[in-house]
Design a binder for this molecule. Structure first.
Ligand SMILES: NC(=O)c1ccc[n+]([C@@H]2O[C@H](COP(=O)([O-])OP(=O)(O)OC[C@H]3O[C@@H](n4cnc5c(N)ncnc54)[C@H](OP(=O)(O)O)[C@@H]3O)[C@@H](O)[C@H]2O)c1
Length: 352
């Protein structure tokens, strides 16, 4: 049995589901993958727990639901440390990074990732901020240290995007990527199209169903889709794009007339994150690419036009393998945690 010592930064919606999956899937991880995953440290915004022996997962899970849980954690004093200090002090081999995404500063993810890289820890990150801020810088640092960073959770989570490109499309040139990468906006657009309701009404319904956040700006203004297409473009094309480099428009200014016009032309409007190589197929990189996020009329017979509700999808156009589309995957914190677990298992299988 291979022991994998982990440190979990962020014990919110996704972090808690991750711990719960470790409990639920303990037998499968052992029998199918020969893995014993042990939690040595965990942090939230007001400190955390660092242990010299594996923490009891059931206790972490049950306590994490309580207010100020770190203070009352049994048999273990709370460490009044910053998240990065908890990583630094931990004996873990792998960081699971699940702190909030801040697309402007990239923090606290950036400092957490750099601390883990410096320590030679492999990384599974769900947090997008740091990857959007400085993807190439982080990849260079990780390469120099010989560590692996996996980020399925930051690139549409349960929908395989980066794994599809890295593994299934290896050896081909990806000429373009088109994605419906945000379930909330796709739900709102679907409601508007199918029921003829206006944006505000569809948004309200999405909020009542818990699909849209009370503060939905990150989703409806297109920033979440932009973060994902930037990370994917940087990873797949070796570009060094940041938020300032791409035009982003969301669905918050969209009116029913645009959808009706598209419908009358046999099209459906989807919020598309797109990245494509210009001109030459063999020269990759910034300057030779077009990356954008915008509500886009899609021909009714295109596979993406049929992707409705909270469903996400990604469509790759390649030179040798043809066109491929992946559709589906749940859009919720448990599925995001499951995507992080997939990355963790694959890190241990691929080795360094
Ligand atoms: N929710 C999803 O479905 C989903 C899907 C894909 C990706 N993601 C990404 O996953 C990440 C986590 O999402 P979430 O929904 O779990 O968020 P969340 O519920 O807000 O949880 C965030 C956690 O991070 C902790 N935290 C805040 N600042 C910290 C710091 N400086 N050091 C250590 N911990 C800190 C918070 O602690 P307190 O509890 O003390 O505030 C909380 O435990 C985000 O980056 C998000 O974009 C989420």
């Amino acid at each position: 049995m291979k022991k994998v010592k982990i440190c979990l930064s962020g014990l919110g919606n996704v972090g808690r589901h991750f711990v719960s999956l470790l409990i639920e899937r303990r037998g499968l991880l052992q029998s199918k993958y020969g893995l014993d995953i042990e939690l040595f440290a965990v942090s939230c915004s007001d400190g955390g727990i660092v242990s010299s022996s594996p923490l009891d997962l059931e206790t972490v899970y049950s306590h994490s639901r309580q207010q100020s849980w770190t203070s009352s954690f049994p048999g273990q004093g709370k460490d009044d440390l910053e998240g990065w200090q908890i990583i630094e002090k931990s004996q873990a081999d792998v960081l699971i990074e699940a702190t909030p995404t801040d697309l402007k500063s990239g923090e606290p993810g950036m400092t957490n990732l750099k601390t883990a890289i410096e320590k030679g820890m492999d990384i599974v990150t769900l947090t997008k901020g740091a990857l959007v801020k400085d993807f190439s810088g982080l990849m260079e640092l990780s390469k120099a240290k010989g560590i692996v960073i996996k980020f399925s959770g930051a690139t549409a989570a349960a929908l395989p995007t980066i794994d599809m490109a890295d593994f299934c499309l290896a050896g081909s040139t990806v000429k373009s990527i088109k994605g419906i990468l945000n379930g909330t906006t796709n739900f709102i657009l679907t409601k508007m199209t199918q029921e003829g309701i206006d944006y505000e009404t569809a948004l309200k319904e999405a909020q009542e169903l818990g699909i849209a956040e009370p503060k939905p700006d990150l989703d409806v203004q297109g920033w979440d889709t932009a973060a994902k297409i930037i990370i994917l473009s940087n990873a797949i094309y070796g570009a060094a794009l940041s938020m300032d480099d791409i035009p982003v428009s969301g669905i918050d200014k969209i009116d029913s007339q645009m959808l009706e016009k598209a419908f009358s032309e046999g099209k459906k409007v989807k919020l598309i994150g797109e990245s494509r190589l210009n001109e030459s197929n063999d020269k990759h990189g910034q300057g030779q690419m077009h990356v954008s996020v915008a509500p886009t009329p899609i021909e009714a017979d295109h596979v993406l036009a049929a992707v409705d509700g909270t469903t996400k999808a990604i469509h790759f156009e390649t030179d040798t393998l043809g066109d491929l589309t992946v559709i589906g995957g749940k859009s919720n914190p448990r599925a995001a945690a499951a995507a992080a677990l997939k990355d963790l298992v694959n890190i241990t299988r691929e080795g360094r």
